[in-house]
Design a protein around this ligand. Structure first.
Ligand code: ADP
Ligand code: MG
Length: 626
């Protein structure tokens, strides 16, 4: 057999390397911004068109490159940042692999313009798919401008794999945040499709965070500061009362490089233990400075994970310094008056929190609040589904059980499907086993532990989970409203102003239209604040902030890109937020509404998240228990 192994041509090797380095437009943004920082720029401009799909341009006023360096910078393993393997342990730059420009040039049209301070003229190079198209002298200011056009133009599979512009832009903004937060002494601007998205002046660390996340952030921040031989910790944590349902605002930087670390995240959470409401996450912006020799950044090509030499010690110090800040700034005791003064009693505290779920319950919540007023029937609590169910769809009850309860299919008498059984109710004890003719059609329901609604069917009984059932009911109602734009809005007497970060507003904007279809009416939707003048009739004013926050959290974690999945996510998220919780007492009318509306749903058996909404217990099964 002849030899079959050969070396890959450079452009193929570069394309393969690009697969690792460039996953999406945001990866290019990160590499170019980091190169500009490494070049000592003090002003960096990021220009994006169509979420980076057509253009990503970074202009810096840094060192610039000589003619030879400009050409060499596109070669693989060409770097000015390390010379020998030892240098890897003394890294003070973002880049060091010499791979980024070569990779990017392999999969896009790249134009580089660069000039060093003391050169008269600069160099312009055009490269397409690793092939140098032109290299000329040009007039350009000191620094470097790199434009990356038509990313993945020669890898259609990758290009088609890109998500919608909204999603890709979100990734770019994430990357921009991470880089800019780590370099507050550099001025950054960002433009998208010609309009300015961020303008971040040179400032201190705190103000940079505030500039990024919006004006209201300032009051939420508590400084953290600790200096030991091993590490210098600085930065800010968010006060516990501002903890969010989203994990969005959690940042670690090591030597001014954004990193992810589940282990250190755990340390922060441990410091917050007992201070947070259920399912909320603290915000943190923590900057660690360590001796470069004690870390290994080399373990991940996109470099968001690093290895620490003494992770355990770091964990302990981080946890202690955050606890210290929480205590020092008097943040902790405000939350719980009964709390032991000592901050080191997490276990006792844990058991206390277990008794407090009632705090979230809105006892005035009345699913029927709209019924008398509206009559027109657009709220999920009033409306067609409810009334029409009573009138025409009682037989649906039966249909729903076809397949579940085979014996019911033979019995067409609706009346006989329900027997009236009262449990634990004093005034009707006598009629426990009687079938009251007058009550036929008005099925008796009973609420168990403020959590389940129990009612009878011919073959036995149904136990409905009130929270899940309500989710299903609201979900279908919201889906209808969003797709048909048929929701009724409650006008607010005083507009509600909520503050969000630019990124969060960006997210809300992507689903603004659908939100309006649910009944939201927005005023101004920019500059860190959202003005709301109308809300869906199914929700109440005080639920709105939490509803939108949860929605942002869900949008962040799911990143839907098609119209339908956006609508679905929206309906799922909102229905989950506002569905009546366990622990809420429902009067008999509400219980019946819940049961009837559930079974009038297209898919009553499961929640939008595929959880069972009710169970049945047949008389046979009950018989067996005796
Ligand atoms: P790395 O950053 O890992 O060294 P890159 O492929 O990103 O590799 O860049 C290659 C080289 O090109 C860098 O080492 C640097 O010398 C030069 N370079 C890249 N971008 C710039 C810039 N904006 N200004 C000055 N020099 C740059
Ligand atoms: Mg680089």
């Amino acid at each position: 057999m002849s030899d079959i192994i050969q070396l890959l041509p450079d452009h193929v090797a570069n394309q393969i390397a690009a697969g690792e380095v460039v996953q999406r437009p945001a990866s290019v943004v990160k590499e170019l911004l980091e190169n500009a920082i490494d070049a000592q720029a003090t002003h960096i401009k990021l220009i994006i068109k169509e979420a980076g799909k057509t253009l990503i341009q970074v202009i810096d006023n840094g060192s610039g490159m000589s003619v030879t360096d400009a050409r060499l910078s596109f070669e693989r393993h060409a770097t000015s940042k390390i010379k020998a393997a030892e240098d890897l342990f003394q890294l003070n730059t973002k880049g060091f692999r010499g791979e980024a420009l070569a990779s990017i040039a392999a999969i896009a049209h790249v134009e580089l313009k660069t000039k060093q301070d003391d050169d008269e003229v600069g160099t312009e190079i055009n490269i397409e798919g690793s092939e140098v198209i032109s290299q000329e002298v040009c007039v350009t200011p000191k620094g470097t401008s790199i434009s990356v056009k038509n990313l993945f133009y020669n890898i259609p599979a990758r290009r088609n794999f890109l998500k919608s512009n909204a999603v890709e832009l979100r990734h770019i903004i994430d990357e921009f945040h991470r880089v800019t937060m780590a370099h507050h002494a550099i001025k950054f601007d960002m433009y998208h499709n010609g309009s300015e998205v961020f303008n971040l002046p040179v400032t201190n660390c705190r103000q940079r965070i505030v500039n990024i996340f919006g004006g209201k952030t300032n009051e939420k921040l508590v400084p953290v500061q600790e200096e030991t031989d091993l590490v210098t910790i600085s930065g800010f944590i968010g006060k516990p009362e501002y903890a969010k349902r989203t994990r969005g605002e959690q940042f670690f930087f090591v030597n001014n490089r954004f990193i992810k670390s589940a282990y250190l995240n755990h340390a922060v959470n441990a410091a917050f233990e007992g201070l947070l409401k259920d399912k909320t996450h603290p915000s943190y912006f923590v900057y660690l400075t360590v001796d470069p020799i004690s870390i290994d950044i080399n373990i991940h090509p996109t470099k968001t994970e690093i290895k620490f030499e003494d992770e355990h010690a770091l964990y302990a110090m981080l946890r202690a310094s955050i606890k210290h800040s929480l205590g020092q700034f008097n943040v902790a005791p405000v939350l719980d008056f009964d709390r032991d003064a000592s901050m080191d009693t997490p276990y006792e505290y844990k058991s206390k929190t277990a008794q407090t779920p009632t705090i979230e319950v809105d006892r005035n919540f009345n699913p029927f609040k709209e019924e008398k007023v509206s009559g027109s029937g657009s709220s999920s609590f009033s409306g067609k589904s409810h009334t029409s169910f009573k009138k025409e769809s009682a037989a649906d009850w039966e249909n729903l059980y076809i397949g579940l309860e085979s014996e019911m299919t033979t019995d067409k008498s609706v009346e006989n499907n329900f027997s009236s059984v009262e449990f634990e109710s004093t005034e009707v004890t006598g009629s426990l086993f009687e079938t009251d003719e007058k009550k036929v059609g008005h099925h008796t329901t009973y609420q168990l532990r403020k959590k389940y609604i129990v009612t009878t069917i011919k073959s036995g009984m149904v136990i409905v989970n009130q929270h899940r059932a309500h989710q299903r009911i609201l979900y279908e109602e919201l889906l209808r409203n969003i797709t048909m734009a048929s929701a009724v809005s409650q006008q607010l007497l005083f507009p509600l102003t909520l503050s969000f970060s630019k990124k969060e507003i960006e997210l809300l904007t992507t689903v603004k239209e659908q939100l309006e279809n649910t009944g939201f009416v927005f005023g101004e939707l920019s500059s860190g604040e959202v003005e709301i003048t109308g809300i869906p009739s199914v929700t109440s004013e005080k639920e709105v902030a939490q509803l939108l926050e949860q929605l942002i959290c869900d949008l962040e974690s799911e990143v839907p890109d098609s119209g339908f999945s956006q609508t679905d996510l929206l309906a799922r998220s909102i229905s989950k937020s506002i569905a009546v919780r366990a622990g809420v007492e429902l009067v008999s009318e509400q219980q019946q509404y819940m049961v009837n509306s559930l079974f009038a749903c297209t898919e009553p058996t499961i929640t939008p998240d595929n959880k069972q909404t009710f169970i049945t217990l047949t008389v046979d099964e009950i018989d067996k228990k005796f």
